[in-house]
Design a binder for this molecule. Structure first.
Ligand code: ABN
Length: 177
């Protein structure tokens, strides 16, 4: 690799003879100013800021962070997509609940009804972001099987530590015959 060292040494020396220190500094300065203007427009992922409620821009946050997204029609809890997880996966450091609330939601794109499993994520304190209480089809506490205001971490080891709720798509709901 000596030839490479020699090559760079020769080119650096030649450049040093041709280019004054002042014009080299001007060139570097221009490069830095140019970067300051162009870097902010590069496509950084701003989803996390949108999820945290920041404005960041005029665009509306994607549907999966909004209570009115169709899959959240019967949810009661903090959306895991706002808490470091996704719509259907728990955030790191939490575990999925062993029992869940099942809702039926209509997908506006195809007009069909789907079963959605609302599993809580357990093992960390309440996330506190994106609380949704849509509860379609839910009934008061005295209708035990139809009540959703429940900590579904109850069957897990960390049964009291509810963090957030996912909305896992199970499949098409059967039409009653
Ligand atoms: N399924 C969410 C939840 C957790 C604790 C209490 C009420 C509701």
């Amino acid at each position: 690799m000596k030839w490479l060292d020699d090559f760079f040494e020769r080119s650096s020396r030649r450049a040093a003879q041709r280019v004054s220190r002042r014009s080299a500094l001007v060139g570097i300065g221009r490069l830095l100013v140019g970067a300051a203007f162009t870097l902010p427009v590069l496509p950084f992922d701003r989803i996390a800021r949108a999820a945290a409620g920041g404005t960041g821009g005029k665009k509306k946050a994607p549907d999966v962070y909004q209570c009115d997204y169709w899959r959240y029609c019967a949810v009661d809890g903090f959306l895991c997509s706002c808490c470091g997880g996704t719509m259907s996966t728990c955030p790191p450091g939490t575990e999925v609940s062993k029992v869940a609330w099942i809702g039926t939601c209509r997908n506006p794109q195809d007009g069909k009804d789907y079963l959605i499993s609302y599993n809580d994520c357990c093992g960390k304190t309440a996330c506190g972001r994106c609380l949704c209480n849509t509860n379609l089809g839910e009934r008061p506490g005295y209708r035990m099987g139809l009540h959703n205001d429940v900590n579904w971490c109850m069957a897990n080891t960390s049964s009291t530590m509810f963090h957030c709720t996912t909305a896992v798509l199970i499949g098409l709901a059967e039409k009653p015959s």
